[in-house]
Design a protein around this ligand. Structure first.
Ligand code: LRY
Length: 516
């Protein structure tokens, strides 16, 4: 039956080319790889050498792209350079014959190779390095063009696929094969989306030596990072809030030492920081990096107030530069709730998952970690969300301040803590206030789920962690279908989340500068 090219449409082709001279370089092993690939759902195979094509052909009728590789003295062309190679591959049973279609010094013209492939009634696949190769190959009659040689004509071997070339070739012909350095299922899918007709994957599946080395390199890099962290010793973490300033020496999630002082009511942020550093002068030399978590917004190391009533600071205060001058070490700065989000992500209730952190206390803050990255700038400022009822920011209708104000009608002067106590004692009015507050947080969590679909939402803060509050939030969400229901957990690091988070971020920031 003549070979039907369409059997490869949207298909995965597995290239079974062992490392030359390596332990897998045996016909029986190549046949084993080929049959295993077909069992796994491959639509076709790419096999090197007439002998191996013959061996695989004897084991399967499925499509085979054949090629011969040679290292020639007088030409850089390696893939099927000779007419005799074409004859041998056709004789061995290849359906498609791949050849080097680059414009380089070569023993035989590409036109002659294509003619010879057609003479045997086979399909010609042009392995290209640039778009011009593909244009020429199509003009010479090749049925398929591949991105096989993209990057391989230069001095340094590529490590990523050239999907732009795939997309450009797809504008010339529908029969484009994406090939070369497709190392993950995601890249294979991206190649198809870029316009490929079929995708060839080789080393990631059939060269254990190569795939092992990628993993080994990644593990080596992580080990080097770990060793560098251990060498760097503790980080200095600062938390500058509206009422208090906290300095701490932090190693991993361990807080080794702390120093607290009230945030001065007068002076500039530069004065406050100088006062804080005077209090921790004895720590000098014990830390290699500094993280600063602050209330407000941090953009490019510059600090601005979000709400001047919480902390009045000059617009775009040079926070990183000022602290670097005082500390003599690289500095990283972030919003305090964002820093706490990172702390919970690294060591607390959000470990390793895409997560949103919500802190409900006097106000509401938050942070977002997506794809292992903490979002900076304004991201996570949930307390500032507004409804369409012009009732002001959400935090004014939820937080500790609001709870205490609502309680005033029933128990003048009551604090939020006292409202929780009254609720625990069975007071209906107190339960009603807490249910309203928790219901609004539940609504916020629901909206966050719809916007970001995090794996978890972590709830912290004095109100968020007060007895019964999380249960009330969960209760308010109980009726939602499971897929829409946020998975809410109590924060695990308590008041240390911010300093642990900012210390960890700072420890991985050897060059300094703001990174959030
Ligand atoms: C440049 C060159 O000589 N490529 C060769 C072509 O057949 C093979 O060595 C590759 O393994 C094949 O293209 C599949 O690519 P990857 O193994 O990166 O998935």
């Amino acid at each position: 039956m003549p070979f039907d090219l369409h059997s490869l449409r949207n298909g995965l082709v597995v290239s079974c080319q062992p490392v030359k001279g390596g332990p897998m370089d045996r016909a029986d092993i190549v046949v084993g790889f080929a049959l295993a690939a077909l069992d796994g759902g491959a639509a076709g195979l790419r096999i090197e050498s007439a002998d191996y094509v013959r061996a695989v052909r004897a084991a399967t009728a499925r499509p085979i792209i054949g090629l011969v590789k040679r290292d020639l003295d007088d030409s850089p062309v390696r893939i099927t350079p000779w007419l005799e190679d074409v004859d041998a591959l056709a004789g061995a049973g290849a359906d498609i014959i791949a050849y080097d279609a680059t414009d380089r010094v070569r023993p035989t013209t590409t036109r002659a190779l294509v003619e010879r492939i057609h003479h045997h009634g086979r399909i010609a696949m042009a392995d290209c390095s640039v778009l011009a190769d593909a244009g020429r190959a199509l003009a010479e009659g090749a049925e398929i063009v591949g991105s096989t040689l993209a990057g391989y004509t230069g001095p340094v071997e590529p490590t990523t696929p050239d999907l732009e070339l795939v997309a450009a070739m797809a504008r010339l012909t529908p029969h484009v094969v994406a090939e070369g350095n497709i190392r993950t299922p995601e890249l294979a899918a991206a190649a198809l989306r870029a316009g490929a007709f079929s995708v060839v994957v080789g080393s990631a599946i059939t060269r254990p030596e190569h795939a092992t080395s990628w993993f080994r390199d990644a593990v080596d890099r992580a080990a080097a990072e770990r060793a560098a962290d251990a060498m760097a010793g503790p980080a200095l973490a600062l938390d500058i809030g509206g009422t208090k300033m906290l300095a701490a020496l932090v190693e991993g999630e361990r807080v080794l030492d702390t120093h607290r002082m009230p945030t001065p009511t007068g002076g500039t942020p530069g004065d406050w920081l100088a006062a804080l550093f005077a209090g921790i002068a004895a720590w000098r030399g014990r830390y290699g990096s500094v993280g600063v978590a602050v209330t407000g917004i941090v953009d490019d190391g510059l600090w601005s107030a979000l709400n001047a009533r919480t902390l009045n600071i000059p617009e775009r205060f040079a926070l990183v530069e000022t602290v670097a001058g005082l500390a003599g070490a690289p500095v990283l700065a972030a919003n305090d709730a964002q820093a706490a989000a990172w702390g919970e992500y690294r060591f607390g209730a959000g470990r390793g998952a895409d997560m949103v952190f919500l802190t409900i206390s006097t106000g509401i803050g938050g942070g977002i970690v997506a794809n292992a990255r903490l979002l900076g700038g304004m991201a996570g400022n949930f307390g500032q969300f507004v409804g369409d009822d012009a009732q002001g920011p959400l935090e004014d209708r939820v937080s500790g301040k609001w709870i205490a104000a609502e309680a005033g009608r029933h128990q003048p002067g009551a604090t939020a803590r006292e409202v929780f106590a009254a609720a625990a004692g069975g007071q209906d009015w107190a339960n009603a206030i807490l249910d309203i507050s928790a219901g609004r947080v539940a609504q916020l969590a629901r909206n966050i789920q719809l916007a970001l679909d995090p794996a978890r939402i972590v709830l912290g803060g004095g109100i968020g962690l007060a007895p019964s509050y999380l249960d009330r939030v969960r209760q308010a969400l109980a009726e939602l279908p499971a897929r829409l229901r946020p998975d809410i957990h109590a924060a695990a690091l308590g008041e240390h989340a911010g300093i642990v988070g900012i210390a960890d971020l700072a420890g991985h920031n050897p060059t300094g500068g703001e990174r959030t």
